[in-house]
Write a protein of this length. Sequence first.
Length: 249
Amino acid sequence: MNKFLELFMKGIPIGISNTLPGVSGGTMALVLGIYDDLISGIKKIKLSVVGPIFLGAVVGVLGSSKIITFLLESYSSLVKAFLLGLIFASSKVTFKQVKEINLKTIGLSLVGLLLALMYSVELGSVTTTSSLSYFKVFFGGAIGSVAMILPGVSGGTILIMLGLYEGVLEAITVLNLSVIIIFSLGVGSGLLAFSRILSFLLNNFRSLLMAFLTGLILGSMRSVISFQLGIGVIISFILGVIVIQLLSE
């Protein structure tokens, strides 16, 4: 497959992931095997890598925003169970990159787990406002961008916590260009600033970082655990696990 097309196609599920509360675009990049290329591409502003992934992500966001809004409103329990399956299965991807189990890796996993448990919010528990200040939109984009490339930290969940999730999703759905452009500028600024730090950690402390991220991913499940068990919920959870298994092969 042409390299541009391959990266473009892999960018689509990354974009979709960034609109889903509890699911990290960074985790999806890891699952798809392009995480290091993505971080290096952002750091070096390598358009041949970042360009097709970004275009694919835009297609994913635009194509999924309206559908996700509808599904969250109409089939909340099933969607949450599916997201739980995605998150749970994703933890295997980072765990496999932990070279050895020792006190450091166990300790960092627990720190990541506790941080995620403390700061994850239940999907639907935060009421957002329809009026968005441009400063808050820019700030939300910058903070959210860190979550978008950091496995285990959901950009969607961060936006919920900032009270921006529904407003930004609505802006994307109705193509409110002023909000989209300012949010995009915030995202771009955050990515450029954070990619260098993340690249350094990946190159020098990869195993320890992956242990920490495994804890973050597992802890982020809290944001989508709020449903009653049933056949549909169990099937949705299994489907989420299967999707990650297929994407990571």
